[in-house]
Each structure stands twice: as structure tokens, then as C-alpha cells.
Design a protein around this ligand. Sequence first.
Ligand SMILES: Nc1nc2c(ncn2[C@@H]2O[C@H](COP(=O)(O)OP(=O)(O)OP(=O)(O)O)[C@@H](O)[C@H]2O)c(=O)[nH]1
Ligand SMILES: [Mg+2]
Length: 236
Amino acid sequence: MSKLWQARFFTTVNHLRDLPRTSVPEIAFAGRSNAGKSTAINILCNQKGLAFASKTPGRTQHINFFSIGGAHVAMHRKDETNVDEIQALIADLPGYGYAEVSGDAKLHWQRLLGDYVQRRDQLAALVLIMDARRPFTELDIQMLEWFAPTGKPIHCILTKVDKLNRNESVNVLRQAQAKLDSYVDEDGEGFPFTVQLFSALKRIGIDEATAKIEELIGLAGDADAPDDAAAPGTDQ
Ligand SMILES: Nc1nc2c(ncn2[C@@H]2O[C@H](COP(=O)(O)OP(=O)(O)OP(=O)(O)O)[C@@H](O)[C@H]2O)c(=O)[nH]1
Ligand SMILES: [Mg+2]
């Protein structure tokens, strides 16, 4: 069982000053509005209504945090989350590029997003969710270039590949890899950027994304013993 399945709603933040005072590693899902961030979080955490997913673009307007660890979700759904035992946080960021949001609100979101990804020390990595049919829009590139100087990894997830045929998927992945490889620092070194295909609808790329995210937030190989190992003396 993936550690991500333990995810629980933790808190909603509308101002940087309200960011959780935790020090555990965080991973944030960024991307255009409607790209599929909330849907991806739900499917990776194996919980349908965890992050709100919607047909109405611009739905996630604050930063929503989900905690991993600190509660025995499967056993006692209503028990309190023990903040001291939280091992990692997942952040669902407000989508960018939603045209109908008014000027002030848009500015507020952009500042919140930019400041959070650039300044949050606990942020271990960024997951950049892009619609596989139109990846790397101007705002995606801006997000990537805001975050790249931190030197932390970006894992790109090209989602909705159920809308592409096999050839198109292969090509889009190859082009995305080439784009990411074209970024080099002043010493000519590449950045820790990775990319994969994904579909929530057809359940493509879930294991790959799970393994990558667990690795990025330091949960890999740290599975709960009772789930993975049979008690001594039990028949399997
Ligand atoms: N076909 C298909 N549709 C998807 C997939 N993932 C998400 N969607 C749909 O895309 C729409 C937007 O998904 P959300 O997860 O709400 O997108 P979001 O990025 O969280 O959007 P905001 O909260 O506005 O930033 C919904 O109608 C989803 O059902 C997928 O893999 N395939
Ligand atoms: Mg959302």
C-alpha cells in the first residue's frame, strides 16, 4: 500500500503568513487551471473526494494541504491528526491561467503561488501537471523558471493521455523530455527535471508517479510494517 493513501485534509491557506508551521518535506502540485491537479492527487491518494476536482475551471483557489502520517486513516477515520507525527505534506496549488478571474484576485493568486514555490524551504519538489495535448504553455514555463533556481526537482506529469493515440503519446513524451533537457545552468549542468505520461481516466502512470513522489518526499522504502510484512507465524 502506498504511503500516499494515508493522506488526509490538513489545512487551507490563503496567505503566506498562514502556511503550516511544520518542518516536514512538502511536495506541491502546480499547473494550469483544469489541467487535472486535484484529480491526480485524488487518484494517487486513492480517495475520490480528497482534493476537490471539478468541471468548473478555477476551482482550487487556495493552497490546500494534505498530511501523510500522523493518523491511522484506515483504522480510525475520525481520530485527530497528530501534527507531531506528520511525515510529509502534499499541497494542491490554485491553478493559473484561468482567464475569467478578475485582475485583483488573479494577482493575489500569482503572488501567493510565486512566493510559496520560491521561498518555502520545506518544499522538496514540484509536480508540474500539464495537459498532454498542450504542455509547456507560457505560464507553465514561468512556473518552471521560477522554481528551477532553487535547484530542487520538478517532476512533470503529462495528464489526460487517454485523449491521445499511442503515437501521439510517444511523441509528446519525447518532446517534453527534450524540452526539459534543454535547460542547463551556467556550468552547463542539467536540472533535476523528469517527466512521465499519466491518465486518471485510464489509470496510466499511477505506479510511476507514486514511486517518484514517495522518493521526492523521502517516503520511499518507508512503508508501514503491518501492511507490508506478515506477522511472524502467519500463513501467507
Ligand atoms: N479525460 C481525462 N480527464 C481528466 C483527467 N484528469 C482530470 N480530468 C478532468 O479534467 C477536469 C479538471 O480536473 P481538476 O482535477 O479539477 O483540475 P485542476 O487542475 O485541479 O483545476 P483547478 O482546481 O481549476 O486548478 C475535470 O473535469 C476532470 O475530470 C484525465 O486523466 N483524463
Ligand atoms: Mg483543483
